[in-house]
Design a protein around this ligand. Structure first.
Ligand SMILES: Nc1ncnc2c1ncn2[C@@H]1O[C@H](COP(=O)(O)OP(=O)(O)OP(=O)(O)O)[C@@H](O)[C@H]1O
Ligand SMILES: [Mg+2]
Length: 268
């Protein structure tokens, strides 16, 4: 098996027949009939600078796929390649510093200020003070928060939407080429959510990063995706650009597109 990084990898991220299953204490595979295989036989290639949206019901395996990309989980079978290199051949810490990760519910450190939260990776990378301060200010402005007002606040002194903006700023801090975003706009009121979606969409086309964005909201997927990948019970059942997704024949796609007729837009 060739595990050397490719010089010019064709894809930013590639899943090659990846399965992930929970093993018991003796590290033996648990009987599949008991449905402990969390994701099965995933093959998916994600191009540089695309926004791939992972869509699926709760429990379908979306967060698991994100964790397989930054090696918080290692595949039980198959390979995940990042920039042409198998994640299991990479130093996990280095790999993660090159991948911004916005986790469900923002996941800020409560005892750190906004500025310290955003500066997390730059300080691990030992950036000098002036460069770090300038970067934090730049990012706060980018996500629409006034640095003078917000830098020294603690997460508990922010609204949910502001916390999520800080989570996005933190993920962007060291300018990683890849961003993983796990329902970053969940639990927001519909107006703020629509506002952040619009801002994010403009930001994504400006920043030219490879983005894997998780949601269970079909409207959000259609708005933001260059392609939508639909998960159902640990399997990838459809991958298509938004316009083709709407007419896809798979029943799970139709279950989602039917939600477009309802006022809530399929948030489950
Ligand atoms: N450590 C674990 N042990 C056992 N089962 C797990 C573990 N982690 C996840 N699962 C199960 O794997 C499945 C997929 O979980 P995952 O978190 O990837 O779903 P998801 O699509 O992100 O869901 P949601 O939309 O609710 O966040 C779920 O059924 C979950 O209960
Ligand atoms: Mg999840």
């Amino acid at each position: 098996m060739n595990t050397k990084p490719a010089q010019n990898p064709e894809f930013a991220i590639e899943f090659r027949d990846v399965s992930y299953e929970i093993r018991d204490a003796r590290n033996e595979k648990i009987d599949l009939a008991r449905e402990r295989s969390i994701v099965s036989h995933i093959s998916l290639a994600i191009s540089h600078s695309e926004t791939l949206v992972l869509l699926g019901r709760s429990g379908s395996g979306k967060t698991t796929l994100l964790k397989l990309i930054n090696r918080m989980l290692a595949p039980s079978q198959g390979q995940v390649l990042v920039e042409g290199r198998a994640t299991t051949d990479c130093d996990a810490i280095r790999l993660r510093r090159g991948i911004g990760y916005v986790i469900q519910e923002a996941g800020l450190f409560p005892h750190f200020t906004v500025a310290q939260n955003i500066a997390l990776v730059p300080s691990l990378e030992k950036w000098d003070h002036a460069r770090t301060v300038a970067r934090v200010e730049e990012l706060l402005r980018l996500v629409g928060l006034n640095p003078a007002e917000f830098s020294s606040r603690k997460p508990r002194e922010l609204s949910g939407g502001q916390r999520q903006r800080v989570g996005v700023a933190r993920a962007l801090a060291a300018d990683p080429p890849i961003l993983l975003m796990d329902e970053p706009f969940g639990a927001l009121d519909p107006v703020t959510r629509a506002e952040l979606q619009r801002e994010f969409s403009a930001l994504a086309s400006r920043l030219k990063k490879t983005i894997v964005f998780v949601t269970h909201d079909i409207r959000e997927a259609l708005l933001l995706a260059s392609r939508i990948a639909l998960m159902e019970a640990g399997r990838l059942v459809a991958v298509a650009p938004p316009q083709d997704f709407l007419t896809h024949a798979h029943p799970e796609v139709q279950a989602f597109t039917n939600c477009l007729d309802t006022p809530t837009g399929g948030s489950q």
